[in-house]
Unconditional design. Structure first.
Length: 121
């Protein structure tokens, strides 16, 4: 089991928070597109309401559960693997400790691409 110093844990908590915020920002951008579609008359208010509901009960809830439930090294490693956190944002020594987690989530991402899962909001 990898051990992290108090300083490293502080960095990991900050990185996990940054990852969560950036991923949520991206999800909200996708939701915003539905608002724009509604304004253009492409969907009605009921459909927009349904999409908001699906976002709240789906993507937003999944992000909340992951980031509040995962330990900071897991969430930070996930963030690096998914590109929400840049490798320049963390010290090299810390990235080395996170490498197994980063590799796991990069491999998982490849598996997801092969299945071609959709992320509907």
């Amino acid at each position: 089991m990898t051990r992290f110093s108090k300083r490293e844990m502080k960095l990991l908590r900050a990185a996990a928070g940054t990852s969560w915020e950036r991923e949520l920002d991206a999800a909200l951008d996708r939701l915003f597109e539905h608002f724009q579609e509604w304004k253009r008359g492409g969907i009605d208010a009921f459909e927009l309401s349904e999409r908001i509901h699906r976002f709240h009960d789906g993507n937003a809830r999944d992000l909340y559960k992951f980031y509040t439930g995962a330990k900071p090294p897991i969430a930070a490693g996930y963030g690096v693997a998914r590109g929400w956190i840049g490798t320049a944002d963390l010290p090299r020594e810390l990235l080395e400790k996170l490498e197994p987690t980063i590799a796991f989530y990069r491999e998982e991402e490849l598996d997801d691409d092969e299945v071609n899962l959709s992320d509907e909001t």
